[in-house]
Design a protein around this ligand. Structure first.
Ligand code: UD1
Ligand code: BG6
Length: 348
């Protein structure tokens, strides 16, 4: 991944250079707001990147699903930077939202995987993912590449101050560690196949996440839904008590993402509350944390390698992608071409 992704942009000597943005960084830093706009998996990737962009830039970052922005004709201002995230660069809703943002005078930035796509051509500037062509309808490598590129975007916008130097260096080191961590997490393939076998006959599953991994819960659930054709729901763990807890029982498979970050202790408490309701738990945690997240082996545990928090979603989504893959194959569905879906939705 590193070779392709960093072909244009680069993280050499602990600095980030995104060639397509360098002449626009000053304007972006002066924005009153950064608005991420996308659909489906691209929206989820932007959601994963939002916290690091807020932290490093200090600029308010808001999220828009392209169709919803258009339905509401939501406010977009001249002082905004609107960032359009799209693998194909051709999604009709995202493209219409781009036209709308251009009319409203915002600086429009594209993050696309397709050189010469409509979004790449019509944005003022942007970044190509260079992740290589993505053929399967369900986006996988574009998702992980989008998160890495948006973390690089946060580093580029954030600027190099003494106060954030250690954090910046840790993220850049993390980018270089990613290929090994991804190789390591891919070794969970057999475990996820066994889990898929166990879950094959279930109607539904829940995925609880928060912070950096709220996006992982949405995206993991989306993958299971779109390719394995199993109902699944990604849920913000902070909302657990406001409805979703009513669904929890001994039978419904319930994932909790509890890798180490600032939200870890809150997720430990979520696990305790779900265990108290006899939930059928599958917990994703950092290597070495199995005993502390699930004392007495009370739930199934998936241990993943740990990484800087903002890059952790890149690793955490992989077991869920593998689970969706195995569930799909075991259920006899087509993993590359899910029922009723298109790779690029070019009509509204
Ligand atoms: C460019 C070359 C890359 C080369 C590198 C060498 C292209 C497409 N890229 O990469 O092959 O290795 O120089 O320095 O020839 N853009 C948008 N909207 C988007 C995406 C991109 O406007 O959604 C614009 C960028 O602002 C930029 C151009 O397209 O002007 C190319 O973007 P990108 O490939 O990311 O730039 P470089 O990393 O400089
Ligand atoms: C479609 C695809 O719904 O469009 C999804 O099936 C994708 O995988 C979504 O996430 C958005 O596409 P794009 O190309 O704008 O990222």
């Amino acid at each position: 991944m590193r070779g392709r992704l960093l072909r244009g942009g680069s993280c050499k000597a602990k600095t980030v250079l995104l060639g397509g943005l360098k002449d626009h960084l000053k304007t972006i830093r002066q924005s009153r707001r950064i608005v991420f706009i996308g659909c489906g998996t691209s929206y989820n990737a932007a959601l994963a990147a939002r916290p690091i962009l807020e932290e490093l830039s200090g600029i308010p970052v808001t999220m828009e699903i392209a169709s919803d922005l258009l339905d509401r004709q939501g406010p977009i201002y001249r002082e905004d930077t609107a960032v359009f995230v799209s693998q194909s660069g051709e999604t009709a809703d995202t493209l219409s939202a781009l036209e709308y943002a251009l009319e409203n005078g915002a600086l429009c930035v594209g993050i696309t995987n397709t050189v010469d796509s409509a979004i790449a051509r019509n944005t003022h500037c942007g970044v190509h993912l260079n992740a290589g062509a993505e053929i399967g309808v369900a986006s996988t490598k574009a998702y992980t590449s989008q998160i890495v590129v948006m973390a690089m975007l946060a580093l580029a916008i954030g600027g190099d101050t003494i106060s954030n130097q250690a954090r910046r260096e840790a993220i850049i080191d993390g980018v270089f560690e990613l290929p090994n961590k991804v190789r390591e997490v891919l070794k969970l393939d057999e475990m996820m196949k066994d889990l898929a076998q166990e879950l094959i006959a279930h109607q539904s599953l829940l995925v609880f996440g928060r912070g950096y991994n709220y996006a992982t819960s949405l995206e993991g659930a989306l993958k299971v839904k779109e390719v394995a054709l199993m109902h699944s729901e990604g849920i913000l763990a902070g909302e657990m008590k406001h409805g979703p807890l009513a669904l929890v029982d001994e039978t419904l498979p319930t994932f909790v993402i509890a890798t180490r970050d600032a939200c870890f202790s809150k997720q430990q408490s979520v696990i305790q509350q779900l265990r108290a309701r006899k939930g059928r738990l599958i917990v994703m945690c950092s290597k070495g944390d199995a005993a502390s997240v699930c004392p007495g082996g009370s739930c199934r545990v998936i241990e993943v390698p740990q990484l800087e928090d903002c890059l952790q979603p890149v690793v955490n989504i992989i077991p869920l992608q593998l689970l969706a893959y195995h569930l799909t194959v075991l259920r006899g569905f087509n993993v590359d071409q899910p029922r009723n879906l298109a790779k690029s939705v070019t009509t509204q």
